[in-house]
Design a protein around this ligand. Structure first.
Ligand code: HOZ
Length: 426
């Protein structure tokens, strides 16, 4: 087992000054036990911890590192910006080019507004939907995560048509009550909710591939119901592509699955590893944002030169061959892990969309959160630690996706498959 004493010391110091020792809860490893490695550097598809151990990395900063760690194009772009200034709080040409790039690739995106995170993007998109429709209710899906704003930290009520309950202390019930939380991939639940509340629903927000309960693809009847019910009732359909935008296809999941969304939320992926977010969509909606329209939203660091330059460099590097390569690498990994599962007695399955994937410790497909919750979490923890001890880092939670980058080469992929084979035997 690798020596991780320096990381363990850092965690102790961190716990004295940072709640739970981390700046985002899942990083504390509560779901798998033990103490996380503190990461010192990344290079290509690998990261090095504070004790000098290297790992093949499938966290990839939770999605954005499509080109791996420190791609030349991104580090060069950042170097160039540093020569001219890091923040102006004034319009820059880079933002215009970036907005043009996003609108050219994301279907139905006429106008886009930059913010600083995915949480800000979804929060702002909901305000826009409410302002534009004059309605208050929103619909979301269990197991879909849209950031930590009050109206989106909401659990399902006791039945499909029951208004939501706060999912964290500090979320006012009055706000949670404006959110209806339904099972993912359940067209019938969506239909009955619209039948009961349709004229009051401002928006439906969803992950077109659910990446916060592993990797759950959307089913055709669910996508049809989402689009037709929103059209019929005049509700705004918001695709949260914070994980999937530019990842599962050049135009994101809405392009891959042919979804007609009114608004799209983007996040970490378009920052190429720097903090950024964006929401965009149809001109008749987006032009209602201030100062073009009356709906307010603002931010000092929005359109920050460093984040925009890094994002632009990454989007420019995502050429037509990128997605073929990602697909081939991820398919190779899927096949290898699937064979290792069969060899080790089954009891697990891989689900994958493009370069996003998850291994679930159960035999049947996972279509929704209730399915994901039946997985063998104890075995997940065992395999997680077994992989880490063999130099492979996946997310420390059975409910997170793994991400393959363009620089996961055959050597890294085959080493990962071999590590899975041994970890599954534990
Ligand atoms: N749950 C977040 C990703 N789906 C975690 C992000 C982080 O800890 O950086």
């Amino acid at each position: 087992m690798a020596d991780r004493r320096r990381s363990a010391e850092l965690m102790k110091r961190a716990e004295a000054r940072i709640p739970g020792g981390v700046n985002s809860p899942v990083r504390a490893w509560s779901a798998v036990g033990g103490s996380p490695p503190f990461i010192e550097a990344g290079e290509g598809c690998r990261v090095r911890d504070a004790d000098g151990n290297w790992y093949i990395d499938y966290i990839g900063s939770w999605g954005p590192l499509i080109l791996g760690h420190r791609p030349h194009a991104v580090t060069e772009a950042l170097r160039e910006v540093l020569e001219s200034g890091t923040s102006f709080g004034a319009p820059t040409e880079r933002e215009v080019v970036f907005a043009e790039t996003i609108c050219a690739r994301v279907p139905g995106c006429d106008l886009v507004r930059l913010v600083n995170s995915g949480t800000e993007a979804t929060m702002s998109a909901l305000r826009l939907a409410r302002g534009a429709t004059g309605r208050d209710l929103i619909v979301k899906f269990e197991g879909n995560y849209h950031g930590h704003s009050d109206g989106l930290l909401v659990a399902a009520g006791s039945g499909a048509e029951t208004l939501g309950q706060p999912d964290s202390p500090g979320v006012p019930a009055a706000i949670a009550n404006l959110t209806l939380s339904l099972p993912y991939n359940d067209a019938a639940a969506l239909e009955s909710t619209f039948a009961a509340h349709g004229d009051d629903i401002a928006a439906v927000i969803f992950e077109p591939v659910a990446g916060n309960m592993g990797c759950v693809p959307p089913e055709d009847d669910f996508l049809s119901a989402l689009q037709s019910l929103c059209r019929t009732h005049g509700s705004v359909l918001i695709a949260d592509e914070v994980m999937t935008g530019f990842r599962v296809a050049s135009g994101g999941a809405i392009e891959r699955f042919g979804i007609d969304a009114d608004l799209v939320c983007l996040g970490k992926v378009i920052g190429g590893g720097l903090p950024v977010g964006a929401y965009g969509g149809k001109a008749e909606l987006m032009s209602q944002m201030a100062p073009a329209g009356p709906i307010y939203q603002a931010g000092t660091l929005s359109g920050n030169p460093l984040a925009v330059a890094a994002g632009q460099a990454m989007l420019d590097a995502l050429g037509p061959g990128t997605y073929d390569r990602l697909e081939a690498s991820a398919a190779h990994l899927e096949a290898g892990i699937t064979a290792a599962i069969a060899k080790n007695g089954g009891g697990a399955r891989v689900q994958r969309v493009g370069s996003m994937m998850a291994v679930y410790f159960r035999d049947d497909p996972v279509r929704c959160l209730a399915d994901a919750r039946t997985c063998d979490l104890e075995r997940f923890g065992r395999v997680f630690h077994g992989l880490l001890d063999r130099g492979v880092s996946i997310a420390p939670s059975a409910y997170e996706a793994a991400f393959v980058s363009t620089v996961h080469d055959d050597e890294a992929l085959d080493a990962t498959i071999a590590a899975w084979d041994r970890a599954l035997a534990l």
